[in-house]
Design a protein around this ligand. Structure first.
Ligand SMILES: [Zn+2]
Length: 204
């Protein structure tokens, strides 16, 4: 089963590929992961996604996005990603983004479509200038086990998420690492991220 996780001690959010959707107790995000997309399944994946987003447990669309190292042609990825952006807008659900080596394209899409829904770039490992560029364009950044220290340090606290992805590392350890880098207590960071989860994902 292909899942990537944005995990939180109190409110877990698991992201599923449409081909592997089987939500548990927690909140779920569902999208067409570029790694799972093919020319053959593109239409059926899209059909399934449109059905799944009717489910009340779905609080976000994603992972969705662009990956230049893995998956089908960038053209196909972009076609599906555009549809998912519009679906996120139509349903009023935030978008959890998987992006590898396609940040220029991502920012172009953002400039062109001007989405109202929050965009969360998951598993962000980029350096500070890229982080600043994404932040300037209104994105949120989600950090996991591996990150660039300067990027973590300079991300405003209200634009930051913490995730395990599929690292297998306990979320508490990741919180601790990120808190250390930012010179704050882990509990303080958890509280801040909790607020962001409430605001961005639960619209509370
Ligand atoms: Zn990903």
């Amino acid at each position: 089963m292909h899942t990537h996780t944005i995990l939180h001690p109190e409110r877990e959010i698991v992201s599923y590929d449409v081909s592997a959707f089987s939500p548990g107790e927690g909140y779920a995000s569902v999208g067409i992961h570029p790694w799972m997309l093919t020319e053959e399944n593109a239409n059926s994946q899209w059909e399934v996604l449109q059905e799944l987003v009717q489910d009340k447990r779905i609080i976000a669309i994603g992972e969705a996005g662009l990956d230049k190292l893995k998956g089908p042609s960038l053209e196909l990825q972009t076609n599906l990603f555009r549809k998912e952006i519009l679906l996120s807008e139509a349903k009023g659900l935030p978008l959890v983004i998987h992006c590898v080596k396609a940040f220029n394209e991502l920012i172009q899409l953002r400039k062109e479509i001007r989405p109202q829904q929050p965009w969360i770039v998951h598993g962000f490992r980029g350096k500070l200038p890229l982080a600043e560029d994404l932040l300037k364009h209104g994105c949120f950044l989600s950090f996991g086990a591996k990150f660039q220290v300067e990027a973590v340090r300079n991300t405003p606290i209200d634009r930051l998420f913490v995730e395990t992805d599929d690292s297998g590392i306990p979320i508490e350890d990741i919180y601790q690492n990120i808190a250390n880098v930012r010179g704050m207590a882990s509990g303080e960071l958890i509280e801040a991220v909790n607020k962001n989860v409430q605001k961005v994902f639960l619209k509370a």
